[in-house]
Design a protein around this ligand. Sequence first.
Ligand code: AHR
Length: 520
Amino acid sequence: MANKWLVAVAAAIGAITSAWAADSAKPIDATLTIRADKPGATIDPALHGQFMEHLGRNVYEGIWVGEGSSIPNTRGYRNDVLAVLRKLEVPVLRWPGGCFADEYHWRDGIGERSKRPHRVNTFWGGVIEPNEFGTHEFFELAEMLGAKTYLSVNVGSGTVAEMSQWVEYITSPSQSTLANERRANGRDKPWKLDYIGVGNEPWGCGGDMRAEYYADEYKKFALNIKTPKDNTPIEVASGAYGDKYDWTEVLMKEAGKHMGALSFHQYTLPTGKWDVKGPALTFNENDWIMTLKRTLEMDEFVRKHSEIMDRHDPQKKIGLYVDEWGAWYDVEPGTNPGFLYQQNTLRDAVLAGLNLNIFQTHADRVRMANIAQMINVLQAMVLTDKEKMLVTPTYHVFEMYRPFKGASMLPVELNAPQYTQGEMSIPAVSVSAARGKDGTLVLALINTDPTRPARVNARWSGASARDFSARVLTAPAMNTHNTFEKPATVQPAPFKAAKRKGDAWIIELPPKSVVVATLH
Ligand code: AHR
C-alpha cells in the first residue's frame, strides 16, 4: 500500500516536472519589422573599436614579447595574437590609457629600447613599466592591423608643450628638430593620427577636476594640437561616467565649439558595487539577468547624454564616443588584483552583442566605442598564458558583427515579451539591423533567456529578403568559456533554424544565443 502511494506521488511529481520542462522549452514568440525603407545613419566602423592600456598583460606578453622572445613574433609583436586581431579587422585602437595616460610621458618610449627609462606603473599593480612599447611600436602595430589611431594624451601630470611636441613628432613632414628625431629613430614618413583624446576621466583618476575647470583645460590643450592640414585628428574631450549628466551639460556649453567628440565611460558590474563586483565564472541565473539588466542601462545613458548634446549641437556634428565599456568582474582568484584579469563566458558574448546593438541603434550620435580592453584585461578579445593563446566568446561576437561596419542602420519595430527571473525582467530579444553598401541586409538577434528559445517572425518593409545565411553563438551553460586546454569550446556555428513563410522569415533562436544573419 505504502509502495503504491509512493509510486503515485512519484508519477505526479514526474508529470509536473516534465510539464514545467516542456513549458520552459516552449519558444516565446516575437514579431519584428525592419524598416529597410527608412535607412538611418551609417554605422561608423569605429563602433567596434578596441582599447589597449599599459595595464597587466595587455601590452607586455599580450601583444609585445620583444624580438628576442621564444614566442614566435614579427619584430617583437606575437604572431598568434596578430593573426586573430587581423581577422577581427580592428577599426581603431585607443592607447596608452586609461588612467595610465595621465602618468605617461612620451619621451620615455622613443629611442633605443635598451636605454629607455624604467618607471613604476602607479595605477596598475605598481609594476615596472619598461617603456619597450612606445610611440613607434604603437603606430607600427596600428599599421599592421590596419587600425585607425587614437592617442589619449596626458593632462593630469603633463603639459600643453609636452602634448604639442608629441603631436609634432608624430605628424610633421617638415625638417623640424622633432621630425628629424623621429627619422633618426627609424620612421621617415609621419604617421596618421586619427583621433586625439585630451586626458582621461578628469573627474576621477585624471585629476579629480570640476567640469568647469576641465572645460578650460580642454580648450587650452585642444587649441595647441597643431598638425598638417591633411592629418588633422578628431579632438575628443573627456566625458562623463554613467549618469553624470551635468558633466556633459557643462562640457557642451563651455567647450562644445572646440570639440569633434565627447567621450563617455560605462562599465557593467554584476552587483553594481566596486568592492565586490561578482565573479566572471561562477554565477547563477539571478546574476545572469542582473548583469544583463545593468548592461542594458547603456541605452538610457546614451539617449540622455545624446539629448543634452542635441540641445547644444542639433546638427549632430559632435560624436559621442563610448571609449571605455564592458563587463568588470572580480579578478580571477590568484591573479594580481592590479592586472584586472578576468575570464570571459557566454554571458560576456551576450553582453557584448546587447551593447553593440545599442551603439548601432544610436549610430547617428555614437560614432566610436572601445571595449575595455583588447588583451588579458577586463572583457578581453584575447587571453594569453605565456606561449598559449585563446580567443574569447566576446571576440566571436565582434567577428560575427563585422558586416555591420560601414552599413546603414535600419530602424526596427520589435514586439517581444520580457524574460523574467525572480523579480527582474528584461526584453527577451534584442535586435540590430542594417543594410550594407552592396545592398546586403544584416540582422543581429539575441535571445537573453537562458532556458527558452525565441521564435521571431521577421519581415522587411521596403526590401525583399531571400538567401538567408547565418551563424549562431551559444553554449550548453551560461558560463561556458574557452580555456587554454579547450580553446574552441565556445565558437560560432552555422545556423539553419530559419524558414521563409510568404514575405517573412521565421527564425528560431536557441536560448542564450547571438545570431548574425546576412540576407540578399
Ligand atoms: O579600464 C580600466 C580603467 O577604467 C581605465 O584605466 C580608467 O579610465 C577606467 O576607470
